[in-house]
Ligand binder design. Structure first.
Ligand code: NAI
Ligand code: MG
Length: 501
């Protein structure tokens, strides 16, 4: 089968996006655009065609050092360090407005670079990025300490201050580039930190556009810096740099481990958002058609390249055949193609490397006895396409069941009894603990399972991301939480002040 390749008719701002993508592109350090010290560049590709989109500046350790110095300078400048909270809020609101004005171009850039359907970029990823900026803008003026009653002899006035943690390196992946970049910078800037953003080498374009908008809005020099480049060079240099106070990272568990080690040098604060193997559980009383739709959306959305993708489906035996058939029917009917094709429901995966990795998991599972219920069909290139795939007859020890695949591959299992304890144990049989999804109308079972599941977020009967809802993982899915009050407090140090009066 061929991926659909219909020419895009009138994608808004596609020409603007192409013009921007063509470059030239530089690093953004200390409020100015700079060529990389070592003059190196790399190409970023369109995953729907494999074609090179642009040459991107590849930051070296020397550039990372300059960015850290610029960020430090901002942290020590009156302009940023003494800026009033309402002025920081205003800058973030203005940035949100600038994203809104450029939403069509940003969406087209995201689709060029990442491959996602442009509809998803325009109506989900960009609005989510904007929401993050506005949500955390609101927090800038509400980041308060407490007054504390002390019990020692004498009379005391004691209180806490929430101070910005300092220079923060923020390393983001390619699966939701602009949404993730804004989810990282919004709380950090609202808290008054100075940021160095390192986008993924696969998808630097919307981060570059973001840097231009930040420049236009007028953040003080050095409050935001952008280093495009590779993880092993620019990313590693930031995580090791003694001038960085905190690293926040979203990506693979493997790189998360490297970051913990690199951070040990100066005890950097670390927030990690890592992999997942989210269970989706359909209980006997669930609304079955809704559960089928939800299960399909949860694993096929963004071509399964989501840390929280519902990759393990547990269905009560009463509904197992109906649910597996339903999800498989959706998979088989999905239009897989280029993100600019209006018919496309699922775009390419990010690269041939990821495609081959995904297909490797599927064939490994099949060799070990799994049955293909949908997908696994070959989609010829150019472009890195994978068909939405449903497997049954997998075993708990198979890699396809245990490891994060980061592709549109679902393992479906049935459970037979009504023992919630046993069901939770199966769902919890994973090194990861990022999310869990329940489909049920049994309130008591929902609440009981929500307590038993080892997951940072439990969703019942639907729901998506929200900047107000803490997000993060148990176990090997990470450290700390993003979003909500905890999400901004993670960019602060608490200082206690006690005064005898
Ligand atoms: P990755 O973890 O290597 O890349 C994510 C980010 O980390 C990129 O910006 C990259 O440049 C940076 N990075 C890489 N090595 C680094 C290092 N040594 N020091 C500092 N930064 C570094 O993920 P990759 O290789 O792109 O994808 C591999 C697998 O990772 C995927 O198949 C998926 O399972 C998982 N992944 C999970 C994500 C999530 O949202 N939890 C996002 C991306 C990947
Ligand atoms: Mg990697």
């Amino acid at each position: 089968m061929n991926a659909t390749t219909t020419a895009p008719d009138a994608v808004p701002a596609l020409e603007d996006a192409r013009r921007f993508a063509a470059g030239p592109h530089r690093l953004f350090i200390g409020g100015a655009w700079a060529d990389p010290r070592e003059g190196e560049t790399f190409a970023t590709q369109d995953p729907a065609t494999g074609e090179n989109l642009a040459d991107i500046a590849s930051a070296s350790a020397a550039d990372a050092d300059l960015a850290v110095k610029a960020a430090r300078k901002a942290m020590e400048s009156a302009e940023w360090a003494d800026m009033k909270p309402n002025a920081r809020a205003l800058l973030l609101y203005r940035l949100a407005d600038a994203l809104e004005r450029n939403a069509d171009e940003l969406a087209a850039l995201e689709t060029l670079d990442n491959g996602m359907p442009v509809r998803d970029a325009r109506y989900f990823h960009i609005p989510y990025a904007i929401d993050q900026l506005r949500y955390f803008a609101g927090w800038a003026t509400k980041l308060n300490g407490e007054s504390i009653a002390l019990s020692g002899p004498g009379t005391w006035h004691a209180y806490t201050l929430k101070e910005p943690v300092g220079v923060v390196a923020q390393i983001v992946p390619w699966n939701a580039p602009i949404a993730m970049a804004c989810a990282k910078i919004a709380p950090a800037l609202a808290a008054g930190c100075a940021v160095i953003l390192k986008p993924a080498e696969e998808t630097p374009l919307t981060a570059l556009k973001l840097a231009h908008l930040i420049e236009e809005v007028g953040f003080p020099a050095g409050a935001f810096n952008l280093l495009t480049g590779f993880g092993e060079t620019a990313g590693a240099a930031l995580t090791e740099h003694p001038g960085v106070d905190k690293v926040t990272f979203t990506g693979s568990t493997e790189v998360g481990r490297l970051i913990i080690k690199a951070a040990a040098g100066n005890f950097k604060r670390v927030t990690l958002e890592l992999g997942g193997k989210t269970p989706v559980i359909v209980l006997p009383d669930a609304d079955v058609p809704q559960a089928i739709e939800g299960a399909a959306r949860s694993i096929f959305g963004n071509a399964g390249q989501v840390c929280n993708a519902g990759s393990r489906l547990f269905v009560h035996k009463r509904h197992f055949d109906e649910v597996v058939e339903g999800v498989s029917r959706i998979a088989d009917a999905m239009k897989v193609g280029a993100g600019f094709d209006p018919e496309t429901q699922m775009g390419p995966v990010i690269s041939d490397t990821q495609r081959n990795r995904i297909l490797g998991y599927v064939s490994g599972g099949v060799d070990a006895g799994a049955t293909i219920r949908a997908g696994a069909r070959d989609i010829s290139g150019p472009g890195s396409f994978v068909a939405p795939t449903v497997l049954t007859d997998t075993q708990a020890e198979m890699a396809v069941r245990r490891e994060e695949i980061f592709g549109p591959v679902l393992c479906a299992m049935s459970f037979g009894d009504d023992d919630l304890e046993a069901l939770a144990a199966q769902a919890n049989a994973s090194d990861y603990g990022l999310g869990a999804v329940l489909w049920t109308n049994n309130l008591s079972a929902a609440h009981r399972l929500a307590r038993k599941l080892k997951a940072g977020t439990v969703r019942v009967n639907g729901g998506g991301l929200d900047p107000a809802l803490p997000f993060g993982g148990f176990k090997q899915s990470g450290w700390g939480r993003e979003n909500g009050r905890e999400g901004i407090e993670a960019y602060t140090e608490t200082k206690s002040v006690a005064m005898a009066i």
